[in-house]
Ligand binder design. Structure first.
Ligand code: GLU
Length: 485
């Protein structure tokens, strides 16, 4: 019989979701969809001190933006509701009680001061920090609350724990270095170790696919599963994500929250494609993979163990490709919110003509503001010397702009083909290289050297705007002093 695939994405609402965190969501979701299984979202908010108001909402909005729909979880419920851990605290307390009753866990009443003292001593002796198991054999019965007491899990004192990771195979841990970790805190809330183990079992999770950062905790979880007589799901630790400098992806590498990428105008389809490749591959050459193909082809055996590299240049390249694939109408709709404020005073017909000109040129939508800004400025700012072209002195430049203006005034219809023909004829008549003349006109009309194709730009600006800008450039050239002879 085919295994019933149930996977979960279990974020802690401690801030905006990080790229690595969303990559976990994507891998779980792709696996569920590929296997016709169930994708569950569970909110792990038992660390009350770190919980940030509104963060759950942001996480869910991020999933919606990427069109990662969940089958069970917040907002929709499901057979194992509630899917928010702070609403399931009794089940963790019950599990802790079972472990206490069976002598597999114990109350620890050590004060924070005592724990701090041990930590300092260990630091001085250069030993790894570890609880000294002072309360392990005291058999303390239930302390009276409020108290600092926590419940700790009894780990084996020696031996080797062999944990099997689906990607890495057997990973060995020396029991001697593992701590009697806390499973229930003094505030009555469970730690991640206990809560996730209880929930993964209760919610019949078949595969725990989570970040590699959790691998060191895996032996603890394995022993908890055994102590509670739960059957272990399969564990898949997803490779760590590094920046291109091979250090762990962090703020130093620029944006790391998925919301930042949304704000910068990356397309969800491109982000999905890019993040699916952070640790998984279709083969060793394909980079552009549609959502349908990702779902069709995703498999655990093509997830690697070596670190995934978050390469922003690759993301920009990929996003540019997805932008160019958009149909013009969809591009226009998505581009509109990214135009500069200056564009607001312009007629919609003009704005709608400007937008398509940059579809080929931007890598992400927030570049649109700058790429189109010259279309929406009343007065251009010619940076120093920008108007002065190599091999053209100031008087000649002024004259050329004057003649270009007359040529445009006579151009009818005012379309890029006729504009091009007339300006080429002008260059020929003046025995100039076309590039020389066009370069000057481009700067005069846009105050920029990189713009959409010149003749389409001229057509879009329209005759009146062109005349006004050419005049402005001529005046501006009049104020530049010729270089000393
Ligand atoms: N709440 C944990 C986190 O956000 C989940 C880890 C897991 O997937 O088990 O890192």
């Amino acid at each position: 019989m085919k295994e019933n695939i149930r996977v979960r994405y279990a974020p802690s609402p401690t801030g905006d979701p990080h790229i690595g965190n969303i990559r976990t969501a994507i891998f779980n979701w792709l696996f569920a969809r590929n296997q016709k299984g169930t994708f569950i979202v569970r909110i792990e908010d038992t660390d009350q001190k770190r919980t940030v108001t509104g963060a759950t909402d942001t996480i869910l909005r991020a999933l919606e933006w990427l069109e990662i729909e969940w089958d069970e979880g917040p907002g929709i419920g499901g057979p194992y509701a509630p899917y928010i851990q702070s609403e399931r605290v009794d089940s963790y307390r019950n599990a802790a009680q079972i472990l206490l009753d069976e002598g597999k866990a114990y109350y620890c009443t050590c004060s924070p001061e005592r724990l701090q003292k041990i930590r300092l001593e260990q630091q001085t002796l250069r030993l790894p920090p570890k609880y000294d198991r002072h309360c392990r054999d005291l058999n303390t019965s239930k302390p009276v609350y409020p108290t600092e007491a926590v419940i700790r899990f009894k780990m084996p004192l020696e031996g080797t724990i062999v944990f099997t990771d689906t990607i890495r195979g057997d990973v060995k841990f020396d029991a001697g270095v593992l701590d009697d970790f806390v499973i229930l805190k003094s505030d009555g809330y469970p730690t991640y170790h206990l809560a996730s183990t209880v929930d993964d079992h209760t919610m019949a999770i078949s595969h725990v696919m989570r970040a590699e950062e959790w691998l060191p905790s895996a032996p603890k979880h394995q022993l908890l599963y055994q102590a509670l007589n739960y059957q272990m799901p399969k564990f898949v630790h997803l490779p760590i994500i590094l920046g291109t400098d091979k250090s762990k992806l962090s703020k130093r590498h620029g944006a790391t929250s998925i919301m930042d990428f949304q704000k910068m105008g990356y397309l969800p389809s491109a982000m999905l494609n890019f993040m699916a490749l952070l640790g998984w591959s279709l083969d060793d050459k394909t980079d552009i993979i549609s959502k349908t193909s990702l779902i069709e082809n995703f498999s655990i055996d093509r997830i690697g163990a070596s670190p995934a590299i978050f390469d922003r240049d690759k993301l920009n390249w990929l996003n540019g490709i997805y932008i160019r694939q958009l149909d013009p109408k969809s591009f226009a709709n998505q581009a509109l919110p990214f135009l500069s404020d200056e564009s607001k005073g312009f007629e919609s017909a003009y704005v709608q003509k400007v937008i398509p000109l940059v579809q080929e040129r931007v890598k992400f939508l927030s570049e649109i503001s700058e790429a189109t800004s010259f279309f929406f400025q009343d007065t251009l700012d010619y940076a120093d010397g920008n108007l002065t072209q190599k091999d053209l002195d100031l008087t000649i430049s002024r004259d050329l702009l004057q003649q270009s203006m007359s040529t445009l005034e006579k151009t009818n219809p005012f379309l890029h083909e006729t504009i091009e023909e007339n300006l080429r004829n002008l260059a020929k008549r003046l025995e100039l290289k076309p590039g020389q003349l066009f370069g000057l006109i481009r700067v005069a009309l846009t105050a920029s050297k990189a713009t959409p194709p010149l003749f389409t730009t001229i057509e879009t600006l329209g005759l009146d705007r062109c005349v006004q800008r050419l005049q402005q450039a001529i005046n501006n050239l009049g104020t530049i002093l010729p270089p000393p002879k």
